[in-house]
Design a binder for this molecule. Structure first.
Ligand SMILES: [Fe+2]
Length: 430
């Protein structure tokens, strides 16, 4: 998916340094106003995000950038082009008088799901498009980068203030695709019998050592959702009150060691542990382990960005679907938390590894908060139209770009999806 979206995004948020670490939910250091005017701050933030996209693509060959290993995943080349189209369509096209699109066909090729922005190529066939080449997409990016920078420099303060919230959406949109670039190429590499490494020196982030610690939340009414005007997507508002607790949340993420015990105990073969749709997925997909795992000579390995590695028992389990997380929780005699429980617990600062390793499944349906309305116009399609049949994940993952994490962030995927960096933490009510 290419989730999320916009409303009430404020100028002040552009002062965030978007190039810093992904693991912390707190805003990254602000750029001082003294360092330059609004145009300079916009330009710096824009170029930092655009550079990060290219940095992530750099180790990949044109052949790597072409592949679409399943309909849910997109080619790296497509991500690079689509994020560029987003700037061209929503910023230059709507606000920069005299801008002429780089190529008349690119809007059709690289619009993702914006019905309001016109017809588009089939998502399932993005990998069929060999041209434009990766190099031509690079030229497209350079063209749009130069046009956006020139626009920032020439537009004037009033215009910049008007479009600053839109720019911030563009930055956050591109960061979302940066995460997808990692998850999608990892899925592609995981299909290769000779497993390639995206980066041989990459390491899975270290997790807090395992413990049996639980965080107790007493019954209480809490405000959940985004309360101020710092950057957020529209699905994080309106903030509202919710009854939470009594509940206990595991301080730590579920580990591979625990998952291996579930497997050894016949977890994947025990129908009574599973939702009906989940057990159908197990049988239809032949699941007997998390995604990207391979058993070699009796030892489990997992495909990572550094290639195929032995499963580390102490690392958090990754690449599990909601169906699997739900079955595991039932096997463990526990539950998955709601997104409200997760948010209140995370706000206390007492959850280990809430950010930066794996997104954590909650048992909350991805639904609108009370009173939610999508914004007017094409960008109203960013989040609202996906609010059915998906589950909310909280936190962030090892692939989430620096400066893109928030306690109120609501990620969402379908319950069978497991190619993202997804794991879980347990809840208990006893
Ligand atoms: Fe997108």
């Amino acid at each position: 998916m290419e989730p999320v979206h916009t409303n009430n995004v404020l100028l002040s948020c552009l002062e965030k340094n978007v190039t810093k670490q992904a693991s912390a939910p707190a805003p990254a250091p602000s750029l001082s106003v003294d360092l330059g005017g609004l145009a300079q701050r916009l330009e710096d933030a824009f170029l930092a995000v655009r550079d990060e996209t290219e940095r992530r693509a750099a180790p990949l060959s044109p052949e790597d950038q072409q592949i679409q290993s399943m309909p849910d995943a997109s080619p790296t080349k497509w991500h690079r082009a689509h994020t560029t189209w987003f700037w061209e369509q929503f910023v230059l096209g709507e606000h920069c008088a005299g801008y002429w699109p780089f190529h008349p066909d690119f809007a059709f090729l690289f619009n993702s799901y914006y019905v309001s922005a016109g017809p588009r190529h089939s998502r399932n066939h993005r990998g069929d498009i060999t041209r434009p080449s990766a190099d031509q997409v690079g030229a497209y990016r350079k063209h749009v980068d130069a046009a956006v920078v020139k626009f920032f420099r020439d537009a004037g303060e009033d215009k910049l203030r008007e479009i600053a919230p839109l720019v911030e959406v563009g930055l956050n949109h591109e960061q979302q695709h940066q995460e997808l670039m990692f998850t999608d190429i990892l899925h592609a590499f995981a299909q290769n019998p000779i497993p390639p490494a995206y980066d041989p020196d990459w390491r899975f982030p270290a997790a807090t050592p395992a413990s049996e610690d639980w965080l107790t939340l007493n019954e209480g009414i809490h405000t959940v959702g985004h309360v101020d005007d710092s950057f957020h997507f529209d699905n994080e508002k309106p903030a509202h009150r919710a009854l939470v607790g009594p509940v206990k949340l595991a301080r730590n993420l579920v580990t591979n060691r625990e998952w291996l015990a579930f497997m050894r105990d016949g977890g994947y073969r025990t129908a009574t542990l599973w939702l009906m749709d989940g057990f159908a997925a197990v049988n239809n997909e032949g699941w007997d382990c998390p995604g990207h795992w391979r058993e070699i000579d009796g030892q489990w390995h997992v495909m990572t960005l550094a290639g195929l590695k032995p499963v580390d028992p102490d690392a958090p389990v990754c690449h599990v679907s909601y169906y699997e997380a739900d079955a595991f929780a039932r096997w463990a005699g526990k539950h998955l938390p709601t997104e409200m429980e997760w948010e209140v617990a995370a706000r206390s600062g007492q959850l280990n590894d809430a950010f930066g390793i794996v997104w954590q499944w909650t048992r909350s349906s991805y639904s609108p908060y009370p009173g939610y309305r999508a914004i007017e116009g094409a960008l109203g399609e960013y989040n609202g139209k996906f609010m059915v049949n998906q589950l909310v994940l909280r936190g962030s993952s090892l692939a989430t770009p620096e400066g893109h994490s928030r306690i109120t962030y609501r990620n969402f995927f379908y319950p069978h999806h497991r190619w993202q960096f997804t794991g879980l933490r347990l809840a208990d009510y006893e």
